[in-house]
Design a protein around this ligand. Structure first.
Ligand code: FMN
Length: 226
């Protein structure tokens, strides 16, 4: 697959087919992604790739945890407080959220269905594989950017195998469960989860088109002669 096609065809996929992804394929994706650059080549990424019964266990134990600790009630270590989000970011965030509800036919005021959609994160939107991206706490926040670059590589490499992904910051809210179930050392911070699988092209959530600003909106060119 051409890089251009991989970039354009990647979407945050929120509806997957019930079709397994072999461990060998996940390995191939990670084998490509590991060529990501990182500060001083420290390669700070630690990944947990989970499938099958273990993934079900993550989901079930996380649901129980969330009953006692509602999503959003725990203070996240690296989250921009809502009151700090200014325009144009606030507007973009609102637009993509409402776009998703529109795609799913959820009334904006329907808190129950909105919450049901949020809960889909626990099920990795039906994907057969969940990836968790961790980093040693001693490298934070400096190397979080490296981890982001690595995750971007994973998302694009997945397209090479006709697979789709959805990054999930959501999982930061259930860190204690992940530490326990996946035996992740306490000094590793779980930065993001990611659903990985085959897209369900008929799922309405996947019809969402998230817009992007033009280059001139975010880049000021200086000093070029042509
Ligand atoms: C670091 C990161 C965390 C994200 N966390 C979530 C999440 O928890 N749940 C979710 O449904 N989407 C999540 N997303 C998806 C974003 O909403 C999505 O990337 C954005 O709206 C742009 O849409 P696109 O990926 O389809 O182009 C996340 C994306 C990134 C990059």
């Amino acid at each position: 697959m051409q890089l251009t096609d991989a970039i354009h065809s990647r979407i945050s996929t929120r509806g997957f087919l019930n079709k397994p992804v072999p461990e060998a394929t996940v390995r191939q994706i990670l084998d490509l992604a590991r060529h990501a650059p990182s500060g001083s080549n420290m390669q700070p990424w630690q990944v947990h790739a989970v499938s099958g019964k273990r993934l079900e266990e993550v989901t079930q134990k996380s649901l129980i945890f969330a009953e006692q600790n509602p999503i959003g009630s725990r203070k996240k270590e690296f989250q921009t407080p809502a009151e700090n989000i200014t325009q144009p970011y606030k507007g973009r965030r609102y637009a993509v959220g409402m776009g998703l509800y529109d795609a799913l036919g959820i009334d904006r005021k329907d808190r129950v269905r909105r919450n049901q959609q949020l809960m889909q994160n626990f099920y990795f939107f039906g994907a057969p594989v969940g990836l968790f991206f961790c980093i040693h706490r001693s490298l934070m926040p400096g190397q979080l950017g490296d981890l982001g670059i690595f995750m971007g590589n994973v998302m694009l490499a997945a397209r090479e195998f006709d697979l789709h992904t959805c990054a999930q910051g959501f999982w930061q809210d259930v860190q204690p469960v992940l530490h326990e179930v996946l035996d992740i050392p306490e000094d590793n911070f779980i930065f993001n989860g990611m659903a990985l699988g085959y897209i369900d092209p008929k799922h309405p959530a996947n019809s969402l088109v998230s817009g992007r600003e033009d280059v001139d909106v975010f880049c000021q060119f200086d000093g070029f002669e042509q």
